[in-house]
Ligand binder design. Structure first.
Ligand code: TYM
Length: 333
């Protein structure tokens, strides 16, 4: 259970598509380092996913699969609390309270809201707008110290900090003010079809994304087709966004520096390099794929992990929620 002397780490992933190497390199891969020294909670955020229309059966399937991906990526269930957001009702409850301490203006400035409302112009629902408040509730419920995420979520974590500070100033210290944790590389993996765009699990172009669970052949094929830049030299430079993205991916999987990669591929051209990136990526992901298949063969076990995770998370969440209810003036039950 919770160790009071330890700090807390929390992060979440939406089950809104098949997880990509962006989710892996930018977020999940960085989680394991915390499991011994922190109270660690990781959540499949299904409440967030319905801000965009989802097919119900698919959402249910992907929710359990996302949990299995966390585990296949090495998250040890005896050291990390893994759970599903809708199983812990305190998330929605705190989100309502925090909505009343979040400003229309600050929510309007969120770049993800602006992007998503352009992309889903026929469904700009209120949930899409208040999405970051629910995310703040996720984080603040567990008195989280650090939130490991990719660059695209930094603005949301900063908003969670602002909301926490505002609440603390109004009612005295209630929430820990969380810090985003952005790793030194791999925190913004770009699309293989358009290296000026973030790789996204909801991208409709299958060639734009490499999924954690793609087969080796598919991974190699996708890297071979990756859009690169003019020229033929493997060099990290601003005018080569396609090559920079591939070098970043290769570096994250191999641990090699950009300098070493440039040396390794000197005089060899893009074709050789793309094949090497594909092979490195596919081989690195292969144990995850195997473990995922193994885990998915026992759904009852996965459901039990989710159930136990939700019990532990609910206990912690309830402590914060009760404190908040008391502070804002709700009558005790
Ligand atoms: P989501 O589901 O879009 O992404 C999950 C995590 O993956 C990171 N990520 C990337 N990193 C590098 N390159 C990319 N191309 C890339 N794409 C995604 C994201 O930054 C994220 O860390 N709102 C969040 C989920 C969430 C959450 C939370 C996160 C809900 N509540 C509380 C942290 C704390 C989201 O949509 O992530």
């Amino acid at each position: 259970m919770e160790n009071q002397s330890k700090k807390t780490v929390f992060s979440g992933v939406q089950p809104s598509g098949n997880l990509t190497i962006g989710n892996y390199l930018g977020a999940i891969k960085n989680w394991k380092q915390f499991e011994d020294d922190y109270n660690s909670l990781y959540c499949v955020v299904d409440l967030h996913a319905i801000t965009v229309r989802q097919e119900p059966a698919e959402l249910r399937r992907r929710t359990l699969e996302t949990l299995a991906v966390f585990m296949a990526c090495g998250m040890d269930v005896s050291k990390n609390t893994l759970f599903v957001q809708s199983h812990v009702s305190a998330h929605a409850e705190l989100a309502w309270v925090l909505n009343c301490y979040s400003m229309f203006g600050e929510l309007s400035r969120m770049t993800q809201f602006k992007d998503k409302s352009q992309k889903h112009a026929n469904n700009i629902n209120a949930g899409l707008f208040t999405y970051p408040v629910l995310m703040a509730a996720d984080i603040l419920l567990y008195q989280t110290d650090i939130v490991p995420v990719g660059v695209d979520q930094k603005q949301h974590v900063e908003l969670a900090r602002d909301i926490a500070q505002r609440f603390n100033q109004t009612y005295s210290d209630t929430f820990i003010v969380p810090e985003p944790y952005i790793a030194s590389s791999g925190t913004k993996i770009m699309s293989l079809a358009d290296p000026t765009k973030k790789m996204s699990k909801s991208d409709e172009n299958a060639n734009a994304t490499v999924r954690i669970l793609d087969s080796k052949d598919d991974i190699i094929r996708k890297f071979k087709r990756a859009v690169t830049d003019s020229g033929s030299e493997v060099r990290f430079s601003e005018d080569k966004p396609g090559i920079c993205n591939l070098m970043t991916i290769y570096s994250c999987f191999s641990g090699k520096s950009f300098e070493d990669i440039e040396k390794e591929f000197e005089g060899r051209g893009y074709g050789d390099f793309k094949l090497a990136v594909g092979e490195m990526c596919a081989d690195s992901l292969s144990p995850i794929r195997d473990e995922f298949a193994h885990l998915l063969s026992d759904k009852a076990y996965l459901e039990n992990v989710a159930k136990e995770g939700a019990q532990k998370a609910s206990y912690l969440a309830q402590k914060t929620l009760s404190k908040v209810y008391r502070k804002v003036g709700f009558l005790a039950k």
